[in-house]
Design a protein around this ligand. Sequence first.
Ligand code: XIL
Length: 385
Amino acid sequence: MSRRRLGAALLAAGLLSGCAGPAGRTAPAAPVTLQQAFAGAFLVGAALNQAQFSGADTASARLAVEQFDAISPENVLKFEVVHPRPGQYDFGPADRYVAFGEQHHMFIVGHTLVWHNQTPRWVFQDADGRPVSRDTLIARMHDHIASVVGRYRGRVNGWDVVNEALDDDGGMRRTPWDTIIGDDFVAMAFRFAHEADPAAQLYYNDYSVENAAKRQGVVALVRRLQAEGVPIAGVGIQGHYGLDYPGLEQLDSTIAAFAGLGVKVMITELDVDVLPRAVRQTGADVALRAAARSELNPWPALLPDSMQQALARRYADLFRVFLRHAGDLSRVTFWGVTDAQSWKNNWPVRGRTNYPLLFDRQGKPKPAFDAVLDVARRWAGPSNR
Ligand code: XIL
């Protein structure tokens, strides 16, 4: 048992903290934390923001350490943050993120190396603002990956190497990476990352992959990479869900399809949007924006109990599917710790009050937390698959 797991077990047994569970509740019979509840199944992670690993938001940092055994950086390892100008790297926040994960013995994810969003325009342009040549962009990609992955060699456990390279129809998305370099930018990114840290797990990460066309696109992409000997270790299913999408059967068969490729499968950015849909799409295209209207923000003060219960049922359903695939899923990561910091408060409409996670704005466990723990308690273990 790792030091961390041992700590979690002692905590659950009430030996470390008296009998107070998360947020001061009386500890029920074990398990009391997410990481402990799913210890035999998969890692449970959360995306952290700067305030949490830099010591400003100690309450949610404490909650994260208590509940999760994996972390992802919500923004600090994205290109625009870590490499804002040519030749200028700013590793301060990312260093603190990695140190936080090490200090707490967590599985540390790097997110993300090659993406078309949150990447400065200069990356794709020359001094006159014209598109750079293929060779120049390859050289810039190599420099970026070698510098960032190389800095954390042996410390970051897994990298989302390429994020969202596919369109909803399953074809390659026409981003500057793709149009300037060609479809093989994906293979190159993986090779560069492997060169910089041969021990790191390397992943492809995307949203809406539960939809048939995009799922086929991912399967084809992974097969292509594998045929070329590209070191891809896993596929990340982002998991930005709603109460009614994706269907459970769709999710179930998607996990099975990816696992069938012989790679690790992860849920990497889980949240469940309870607010009225502001756009037709169910994906997570961060460039999408919709105007604020009061009917799109129906619960600015409090989520009604009926909705709390609906959210709890939805989370229970999702985790039942995840546990059915415990042997295939290596990690389930939430995109945030509490509802207060979730990106869903500002996307695709700014300034709404959303309730997508398991902990409320005060960091207290919601009915959905209890429902998820209950599903774990009823799970018969890996042998029952
Ligand atoms: C989001 C962050 O949560 C926001 O803070 C940021 O403004 C935009 O990006 N898919 C991804 C994540 O892969 O990196 C995105 O994170 C959410 C969608």
